[in-house]
Each structure stands twice: as C-alpha cells, then as structure tokens.
Write a protein that binds this ligand. Structure first.
Ligand code: HEC
Ligand code: HEC
Length: 269
C-alpha cells in the first residue's frame, strides 16, 4: 500500500516538474485518482476542485483528519488586541504611515483573508496578499512576478483559501514533503538554502522582513545569503538602494517599518 501511494506521489511530482521552475511549484489541476484500499480504511488522494489547482485544507481533511483538526483549532484564537491603544507610543513612532492608526495583533493562519480585507490600512496593490493565501502563491507561480502589480481589487475575489497546506507542502502533503513555494525566499537564500532546516524555511516564507521592490512591486527580502541576515547588513542594504518605507513628519527622518522578522531573529540566535 505504502508503495502504491509513493508511485502516485512520484507520478504527481513528475507531472508537476514539467511545469515548474527551480524552487517553485506550479500545479495543474490533478486528475481523479482511484481510491486506494488499506484493508479497512479507504484513503483517497485528494483532488483540487478549483481551477488554480490548489488542494485545499478541507480537501486534505479526509486523509489527515488530525492534522486538519489541529490546523482548524487556530480558529479558537478569534480575539484581537488593538496595539495602538495598548501602546500609545505607536501613534508617534509610526506617525506618517498607516500602522499608527490601525495595528491589531495577529490571530493566526485561518484568519488571514478575513483580516486583510477588514484592516483599517489601505492596500493599493495585490502584493500584500503574498503571505495571506495559497491562491496568491499559485497565481504568482503561474503568471510570474507581473502578478505583484495587479491591484488588490483585481484579484481579491479569487482568493478563497487562507494560508494552508499548499503554502508549505505545495500539493505534496501526502508524505509531509516540505516545498518552498514562495520564490523570493529561494532567491534570497541562493545556494545557502540547503544549509537551513526545511521546517525553518517553511515558516521563513512569510515570517520575515521584506519590502516591495519600488519598480517591480515584487515581494523581496533585503539580503542575499545567510551571512547577510543581520540588522546592520539589512540596514546598509536599504541605505545603499536609498529605500525607506516612510518619512516621519515630526522628525523628518526616513524610516524602515520592520515587518515581522521572526526568521531573521531566529537565524541571528
Ligand atoms: C505553515 C506551514 C505548514 C502548513 C500550513 C501545513 N504544514 Fe504540514 N508540515 C509542516 C512542517 C514544518 C512539518 C514537519 C516536517 C518535518 O518535521 O519533517 C509538516 C508535516 C506534515 C506531515 C507529516 C507529518 C508526520 O507526522 O510525519 C503531513 C502529512 C502534513 N504536514 C500534512 C499537512 C496538511 C494536510 C496540511 C493542511 C491541513 C498541512 N500539513 C499544513 C508545515 C506545514
Ligand atoms: C504563507 C505565509 C505564512 C507561512 C508560510 C507561515 N505563516 Fe505564520 N502567520 C502568517 C500571517 C499572515 C499571520 C497573521 C495572520 C492574521 O492574524 O491574520 C501569521 C500568524 C502566525 C502566528 C500567530 C502569531 C501571534 O502573534 O499570535 C503564529 C504562532 C505563526 N504564524 C506561526 C507560524 C509557524 C510556526 C510557521 C511555520 C511552520 C508559519 N507561521 C508559517 C503567515 C505565514
């Protein structure tokens, strides 16, 4: 039985490698697979029901009920804290950019689409969906970096699945295989990618410090290679390109709004 699943998996990988570039996975809708008998349990490789080929968390739920339940348990974390109210200094420190008016705490992966559409901060382009949904990941991987220039309104209706299995496994969750589906992380790591634990990389795809390239609007990490993951190198990277997120009107100082550098902090340690 194990062998037969593996054969299906290999077939699926071969099929996908035909349409993928290094480090990314672009997926065609899967063919219907026959149920596999395991004696008393019938395990069926899920099929992506939507056109973009992303197998949803729910579609994996029959094969992995416990993993699905643990993923959905995040929904209990429904309350959000208003950080602007909690830390009044935010109103001053971030003056000149939208976080000084609206900055709620994170609630977790199943809430991303709800939170990104209800936020009090403007989002002119679709690139802010980069870390919110596998549907955007699949769009970027199939249409290329041009996708980052699409407006938020142009794509948001097609975004239906919050962060899920596909972001970390592509459609290869069947054996827990981890896939870096966000190409900008692979670009930033270059050959160093093999030095980093695959589980760390799976979170690093989004829990990082990034900026939107001023010209291409593409989500980009401000370093190349592992040794450049350091606050001083990152600051000099931004200074060299003359990049700032905003200018504080009170002090006239050009500032970087550091995002959520969990990966960088972790690697620094
Ligand atoms: C945010 C990233 C992320 C998401 C989302 C995610 N996984 Fe995983 N998954 C991982 C990591 C990391 C591991 C551990 C891999 C390891 O230690 O080798 C893993 C392991 C697994 C394994 C192997 C488990 C084992 O016991 O060996 C399976 C199967 C799996 N995931 C299925 C799923 C399914 C199904 C979903 C969606 C409901 C999902 N994953 C969502 C990151 C993710
Ligand atoms: C595809 C992007 C993406 C990936 C991959 C990802 N995350 Fe997240 N994560 C987010 C976003 C976005 C939020 C905030 C969502 C919200 O609240 O609307 C978040 C929130 C969280 C939170 C809640 C944070 C808090 O302050 O309470 C935790 C914990 C977390 N992620 C852990 C992980 C771990 C561990 C991994 C890797 C196994 C991972 N994430 C991979 C995007 C991602």
């Amino acid at each position: 039985m194990k062998k037969r699943i593996l054969c299906l998996l290999i077939a699926a990988i071969l099929c996908m490698s035909g349409c993928s570039t290094a480090g990314t996975t672009t997926t065609e809708p899967n063919e219907t697979k026959a149920p596999e008998s395991t004696g008393d349990v019938v395990v069926q490789m899920p099929v992506a029901s939507r056109e973009n080929g992303v197998i949803s968390a729910e579609e994996w739920s029959e094969m992995f009920p416990e993993i699905y339940a643990s993923y959905m348990a995040n929904a209990e974390n429904s309350a959000a804290i208003d950080h602007v109210e909690e830390y009044p200094q935010i109103a001053k420190i971030y003056e000149g950019m939208a976080f000084n008016k609206f900055y709620n705490s994170a609630r977790g992966h199943v809430y991303t689409l709800e939170d990104v559409t209800s936020t009090g901060r403007p989002h002119p382009l679709s690139n802010c969906l980069t870390c919110k949904t596998p549907d955007y990941t699949a769009l970027v991987n199939s249409t290329g970096v041009e996708a980052y220039k699409l407006t938020f309104e142009e794509v948001v209706d097609k975004m239906v699945e919050p962060i899920s299995c596909y972001n970390c496994h592509a459609n290869e969750a069947v054996e827990g295989t981890l896939v870096v589906t966000h190409q900008y992380l692979a670009n930033a790591m270059g050959n160093d990618i093999s030095k980093i634990n695959a589980s760390t990389l799976s979170c690093a795809q989004c829990h990082n410090e990034y900026y939107f390239d001023p010209e291409t609007k593409a989500t980009t990490l401000p370093y190349s290679g592992v040794v450049a993951i350091h606050p001083d190198s990152i600051l000099s990277y931004y200074n060299t390109m003359g990049f700032a997120d905003y200018t504080n009107p009170r002090t006239g100082t050009a500032q970087i709004k550091v995002q959520h550098p969990e990966f960088e902090t972790f690697m620094g340690e």
